[in-house]
Ligand binder design. Structure first.
Ligand SMILES: [Zn+2]
Ligand SMILES: [Zn+2]
Length: 148
């Protein structure tokens, strides 16, 4: 496993929440699952930040436990969706658009592609996975009906 990359900063729309994180790479992944789309008003685009996310002012965060295994965090003041985390696993997936500097970002993957509504399609060439493939690859111990 690679070590963490450079530390990057970001925050919400109103500035109440600021954070730093050191993603291993600049690969952006989109999640098309119904929960991400409803929560973020579109596919949720994230960087895998492992356990490197540090929120400077966690008292300003709102938290919503959206499933058995995932929690979604947002600014309690302006409502910006910021990241989701896998409960008890120290894994944070942070909104690509919450970072201050998106230089070098590469749109690399799309997950829950089978839940993507028909009315939009990204033209980028990406690695796509269905929900079942995601669970098989990353969470083999979780029930296939669970999603975050
Ligand atoms: Zn805010
Ligand atoms: Zn999702």
């Amino acid at each position: 496993m690679e070590g963490p990359g450079a530390v990057m900063s970001g925050g919400c729309l109103c500035g109440a929440v600021r954070f730093t994180a050191a993603p291993q790479n600049r690969n952006v992944g989109a999640c098309h699952c119904s929960m991400c789309r409803r929560w973020s008003a579109g596919p949720f685009l994230v960087l895998d930040c492992g356990d490197t996310l540090q929120v400077e002012n966690p008292a300003c965060l709102g938290t919503y436990r959206s499933s058995e295994w995932a929690e979604r965090c947002f600014c309690a003041t302006c409502g910006t969706p910021l990241f989701y985390r896998l409960v008890g696993k120290g894994m944070y997936f942070v909104s690509a658009e919450a970072f201050d500097d998106r230089a070098g970002f590469v749109f690399a993957s799309q997950i829950f592609i089978d839940e993507k509504p028909a009315y939009y399609d990204f033209a980028n060439a990406t690695h796509n996975m269905t929900g079942a493939e995601v669970f098989a690859a990353f969470m083999p111990s979780e029930a296939a009906e669970a999603k975050g």
